[in-house]
Design a protein around this ligand. Structure first.
Ligand code: ADP
Ligand code: CP
Length: 313
């Protein structure tokens, strides 16, 4: 089967959320063991990944060093995260495949995603990036013109524009590599956001696209059988965080839409994952939300929160 796996931040930072290089390498190395198992089971795998912590940290470095070296825009920071995360994944996935006796080349592609220049999300930042700060420090940043949002127990987090992904522009290259049997890492951080000018040229724009939404678009464009949204919980849950919480297993698209409409899935965490999963299911595929450790079980043994259009719909 052709499977697109979208790796969340939990697959790339320490359990405490540290994005220190050693913590990222450790988390990615473990994640790639699970991805290698899926490839070894005989599936064609396309990987995409988030970049929220990393792109936020790069932005801060730019701002702090602005008096010394010229700062670069947010889309450049996004491109840089595709480079470093892609390179770290390559270094970890190749030996993991070799240990399982799988001879499959791996490629990481710099990927651009088209967005609309007049997307209303440019006016209303919603995408949390970078580190968490206590409320008083976040308020100082707000006084400097930044947008920050209360994210609950962990503190406040900076938010930036997050337009809707419209088209993965490097799709032909991704498709050619997948068709040739390569494991492809693409559209990291949702892809580098670009808009098309009236003369047809492309221009990067300062935003961070939601990687789960791009994953749904890419999975459809590549005619994937399954989209797996890999995170740190085995299932999406209803009544999450209450004594009545319960895991969702096989769930019809209509039922999932009803749960989402009832506000069961928190924005900024499970909300966009369910949204992306429903979009891919709407386009005719099967979506599975589960933990990284269970991605092979998800495909081979139908584990996780599985959403597709059931025959009666
Ligand atoms: N309804 C829900 N069911 C399961 N987990 C939920 C739900 N609502 C919020 N969560 C939280 O969402 C988290 C996963 O989202 P997030 O941390 O953004 O993932 P990632 O970094 O892997 O993309 C889980 O660890 C859980 O705490
Ligand atoms: N770009 C993006 O969605 O990153 P995270 O998954 O890390 O938030």
């Amino acid at each position: 089967m052709r499977v697109l796996v979208a790796l969340g931040g939990n697959a790339m930072t320490s359990p405490e959320g540290s994005a220190a290089p050693a913590d990222q390498v450790r988390a990615i190395t473990e994640a790639m063991e699970h991805v290698a198992e899926l490839v070894a089971a005989g599936h064609d795998v396309v990987l995409t990944h988030g970049n929220g912590p990393q792109v936020g940290n790069l932005l801060v470095k730019n701002e702090v060093a602005a008096a010394v070296v010229p700062p670069v825009p947010l889309d450049w920071c996004g491109a840089q995260t595709q480079g470093t995360i892609g390179f770290t994944m390559l270094d970890a996935l190749e030996p993991a495949l070799a240990r399982l006796g799988v001879a499959r080349p791996v490629a990481a592609l710099v990927t651009r995603t088209l967005v609309d220049a007049d997307d209303p999300h440019f006016r209303e930042p919603t995408k949390p990036i970078g580190r968490y700060l206590p409320a008083d420090e976040a308020r100082q940043m707000i006084d400097h013109g930044q947008h920050w949002e209360d994210r609950g127990d962990k503190g406040w987090r900076r938010v930036v524009a997050s337009p809707e992904p419209r088209e993965v522009l490097d799709l032909p290259a991704i498709r050619a590599l997948v068709d040739a049997g390569q494991v492809v890492i693409a559209a990291g951080g949702g892809g580098i956001p670009v808009v098309r000018e009236v003369d047809g040229s492309l221009r990067g724009v300062e935003a961070v696209i939601d990687k789960d939404l791009t994953a749904a678009l890419l999975a459809h464009a590549l005619a994937c059988d399954i989209l797996i949204i890999a995170t740190d919980v085995d299932h999406a849950m209803v009544d999450y965080g209450t004594p009545d919480e319960r895991p969702l297993e096989f769930t019809s698209l209509a039922q999932m839409q009803a749960y989402a409409a009832a506000g069961q899935f928190t924005s900024g965490s499970m909300g966009p994952k369910v949204d992306a999963a429903m979009r891919f299911a709407e386009s005719g595929g099967r979506s599975i939300i589960t933990s990284l450790a269970h991605i092979t079980d998800a495909v081979e043994r139908e584990f996780g929160t599985i959403i597709d259009t059931s025959p009666e719909e």
